[in-house]
Unconditional design. Sequence first.
Length: 278
Amino acid sequence: MRPLHYHAPGSAEQACALLAEHDGAAVLGGGTMLLPALRRGERSLRHVIDLRHSGLSGVSCGPRGLVRVGAMTTYAELARSPLSGRAAALTITARAVTGGAQLRNQATIGGSACHANPASDMPGCLVGAGARVVIQGLAGEGVVTEEEFFTGAFRTILGHAEVVTGFLVPADQARVGYYKLKLAEGSWPIATATAVLGPAGTDMAATVALGGVAAQPVRIDVSRAVTEDGVVEPTFTELIRSAVAEPWTDELAPGSYRRQVSPVVARRAVKNAIGVRP
């Protein structure tokens, strides 16, 4: 058995230097995906870089009215955060994550984003909220949109010797709603939807971000198919289904089923945002 070397950098810069020094090293966020994979023998590593001591957790005020959420912020921390407006999508989604207190106290928003599982709750939520990803590399810090960050199933734009340090989320006035479809309480979602609507009494700007239905989250402008009473059919269904050109298939569900149910999941997220009974 090869020895496993554990590193606990005190900053994101130190983490990047360690990644550059050790080829094939893995970054440890909450560990809810990496540690089980190591125990099952699915991954063989020589170096693990633990970000828990890098000062990357917490929610704070960011630049230009944005909320900054550290990459190592757990679901439990997010669920307790009094975020408002568009940023409240993160709180609502964190509260909807199943798996028990142990998972919510360990799993991190950054780990979920970097793992990029199409069926995970948080990637679609981050795209729906219009979040931007803060990335630290050897040359310094950069920012990309969430839609740029996800490049496919279990793939991101993250390069060699780079780590995600946090997310910048707009806190502008908006109504948000979240809904997901699952086979069972403890299973991964088959489809998720994050709806973001303009404030009541204003022009109904409305978007829905779908997770789980494609290899990466899909954000759709549904403004012309949403009113204060709900959605306008068949326009709403047509908008949602046409946006899912290449649905995602895995052991939970075929892509054809995911595409079929996506308008239902999206409609319920919109109604949750409006406050109308689904």
